[in-house]
Design a binder for this molecule. Structure first.
Ligand code: GUN
Length: 300
């Protein structure tokens, strides 16, 4: 059996970052507007710290301004809302990212609702969730779309070209990944099924998929014999497994070595979806800065 073509998220993300950097330079030259991204991290979760640091670093690399706000885990919801109100009103800030998860004593939906929908570069505000949920086939994505789902759809477009008429199965119904991926694939004229932990005979359903997107958060959950020969498989999972020598190893939600023998296209973990998420965040921030400058949405 021929091995799957690997979908090289690192290279595709680097190309997107390059286009965003060019867009930033053009915006600065034409309108003297420097896109600004504010990141807000509450608490000291080490994984979140790594993500937030890399978002700030990439923003600066692309010529944007980065405003990092670190708050202690004991921060009250009122204090966090006050910071968000200040960022909403700051003309130098075009994108606001509140890193999730938030500490338990903070009401996450309440915080997401407080972010100005035009600065919501994560696409998590109910207004933007609703825009994506009601989008017509092929309509422009001229509002912020969640970054990981947007990255998945860009990887699929790069690998397959048109997605029209393809049967897509999404494993995972989360509001952050599974549901927005479903909306994006519907917009691209796929026939979409969302599967989840209560789905009956999941392996058989997955075997019907031309496109299989897996975002379930369980290491190597989807096996090779769940995959239709030649299917495009997008693995959104990032799981740590113990490795020899007391180390850990990153694996996805798909059993990679098995899937590689069956799939037509496959994302590796790491180096697949992950790099796209940060690149799409920069893309969303540029789009919001362009909007603020009175420029139209530009598919770059
Ligand atoms: N935590 C894990 N992924 C994300 C993301 O894409 N955005 C935010 N804000 N928090 C996250």
């Amino acid at each position: 059996m021929a091995a799957a073509k690997l979908i090289d998220g690192k290279t595709i993300a680097a190309a997107l970052r390059k286009r965003v950097g060019k867009g930033v330079a053009e915006l600065v030259a034409a309108r003297h507007v420097k896109p600004g991204l504010a990141t807000v991290l509450v608490g000291d979760d080490p994984a979140s710290e790594v993500y937030v640091r890399s978002k700030g670093r990439v923003a600066v690399e692309l010529g944007m301004a980065s405003f990092d706000h670190r708050l202690p885990a004991s921060t009250t919801e009122a204090d966090l809302l006050q910071l968000i109100a200040r960022l909403n009103g700051d003309p130098a800030v075009h994108g606001i990212l509140v890193q999730l998860p938030l500490p338990r004593h903070i009401d996450t939906p309440h915080v997401l609702l407080a972010v100005d929908p035009d600065k919501d570069v994560d696409g998590f505000h109910p207004m933007n969730v609703g825009r994506l949920g009601s989008i017509a086939a092929g309509a422009p994505l001229d509002f912020p779309v969640p970054c990981t789902p947007l990255g998945c759809s860009m990887l699929l477009a790069d690998a397959l070209g048109s997605l029209r008429g393809k049967d897509a199965v999404i494993v995972g119904r989360s509001t952050l990944v599974g549901r927005p991926v479903a909306q994006l694939l519907l917009r691209s004229d796929c026939t979409v099924t969302i599967a989840h932990s209560r789905t009956r005979d999941l392996p058989a359903l997955c075997r019907t998929a031309d496109i299989l997107v897996v975002a379930i958060g369980k290491a190597e959950f989807v096996r090779g014999d769940w995959i239709k020969p030649g299917a495009a498989v997008i693995d959104v999972g990032i799981n740590r497994l113990p490795a020899p020598g007391g180390k850990t190893k990153l694996v996805g939600d798909v059993a990679f070595d098995e899937a590689r023998e069956i799939a037509g296209h496959l994302t590796p973990v790491p180096g697949g979806v992950g790099p796209m998420t940060v690149a799409c965040l920069m893309y969303n921030t540029l789009q919001e800065a362009r909007r603020r400058a009175g420029l139209p949405f530009a598919a770059i």
